[in-house]
Design a protein around this ligand. Structure first.
Ligand code: NAD
Length: 266
C-alpha cells in the first residue's frame, strides 16, 4: 500500500484527489493538509471531500505529518509547493506536483529538489492530455514550417495564471516538433497595430469564465486547410486519477525528475 498525503485538501483539486485516492487500488490516504490558518485544520478529510469520515485529520504543518506518508500530492500554489517540496526533500519523501504558475526562478528552485528525492511534475496529469502532447509533437514535425501554429485555451473564472500550464506544455511540444525555442517565438496576446503575423511565431489566446474545467485547441493553419487538435476536460477526476497513478508509480523510483509521460511510458 502506498501511503499518500494530499495538500490543499479543501481546494477544487484537493477534494477530488481525496476521492481519487479512496477509489484507487494499492493506495491509501494517510495524511491531509491545508493552510495553517485554515479553519478546516482539525477537520476530517473524508467528510470535507463529501465521502463520510475516513479518520484522516487535516493538518496545518507538513512537518507534523512528515512520517505519516510516502508520497505527497500537491496541487496548491507556487509558494506553498516550494516549501512543501523542500520539506519532502529533507525527509526523503516523494512528491507529485500539479501546481502551475511558477516563475522561472521558482521553477529552478523547485527542480533542484530532484537531487534529494523523486519528483513527478506535470502541467496536466490527465492521460488524454499526455497522449495529445505526443500527437502534437508528431503533427508539428510532419506539418513543419508551412503551417501557422496557434493555441487556444479556456478555463473557469477562478483560475489565477495564464496561459494555462497545459497550453504552455502544448506550446513546448509543438515548438520541439518544429525545432524552435518557445521562449523566442511565443506571442501571449495581440492588440492594436500588430502588423502581419510573423511566420515563426506561436500564438496563445486565453479565455476565462464560468465553470470550464479546461479546453485546449492547437491549430495548424496553412493556405487552403487547417488542422485542429482539441482536448476537453469535463471533470477534475481525470487529473486526480492521473496524479494518484503517478504517486503509486513514483513510490518505487530513485531520486530524480519525472513527468506524466514517464509514468504512462510515452
Ligand atoms: P484551489 O484554489 O481550489 O485550491 C488550492 C488549495 O490550496 C486551497 O484550498 C488553498 O487553501 C490551499 N493552499 C494554499 N496554500 C497552502 C499551504 N501553504 N498549505 C496547504 N494548503 C494550501 O485551486 P485548484 O483549482 O484546486 O488548483 C490548484 C493548482 O493546481 C493550480 O495551480 C492549478 O493550476 C493546478 N492544477 C493543475 C492540474 C494538473 O493536472 N497539473 C489540474 C488542475 C489544476
Amino acid at each position: 500500500m502506498v501511503r499518500i498525503a494530499v495538500t490543499g485538501a479543501a481546494g477544487r483539486m484537493g477534494k477530488t484527489l481525496i476521492e481519487a485516492v479512496a477509489l484507487a487500488d494499492g493506495a491509501e490516504l494517510t495524511a491531509a493538509l491545508e493552510r495553517p490558518d485554515s479553519s478546516l485544520v482539525g477537520a476530517d478529510a473524508g467528510e470535507l471531500a463529501g465521502l463520510g469520515k475516513n479518520g484522516v485529520t487535516i493538518a496545518g504543518d507538513i512537518n507534523a505529518v512528515i512520517n505519516d506518508f510516502d508520497v505527497l500530492i500537491d496541487f496548491t500554489a507556487p509558494a506553498a509547493t516550494l516549501a512543501n517540496a523542500a520539506a519532502c526533500a529533507a525527509a526523503g519523501k516523494k512528491i507529485v506536483i500539479g501546481t502551475t504558475g511558477f516563475t522561472p526562478e521558482q521553477e529552478q528552485e523547485l527542480l533542484a529538489n530532484q537531487a534529494a528525492t523523486a519528483l513527478c511534475k506535470a502541467a496536466n496529469f490527465s492521460t488524454g492530455v499526455n497522449v495529445t502532447l505526443k500527437l502534437l509533437r508528431q503533427a508539428a514535425e510532419i506539418l513543419g514550417d508551412d503551417y501557422d501554429i496557434e493555441i487556444y485555451e479556456a478555463h473557469h473564472r477562478h483560475k489565477v495564471d495564464a496561459p494555462s500550464g497545459t497550453a504552455l506544455a502544448m506550446g513546448e511540444a509543438v515548438a520541439a516538433g518544429v525545432r524552435r525555442n518557445l521562449r523566442e517565438v511565443a506571442v501571449y496576446g495581440r492588440e492594436g497595430q500588430t502588423g502581419a503575423r510573423q511566420r515563426e511565431t506561436i500564438g496563445f489566446a486565453t479565455v476565462r469564465g464560468g465553470d470550464v474545467v479546461g479546453d485546449h485547441t492547437v491549430m495548424f493553419m496553412a493556405d487552403g486547410e487547417r488542422v485542429e487538435i482539441t482536448h476537453k476536460a469535463s471533470s477534475r477526476m481525470s487529473f486526480a486519477r492521473g496524479a494518484v497513478r503517478a504517486a503509486s508509480w513514483l513510490a518505487d523510483r530513485p531520486a530524480g525528475l519525472y513527468s506524466m509521460q514517464d509514468v504512462l511510458g510515452l
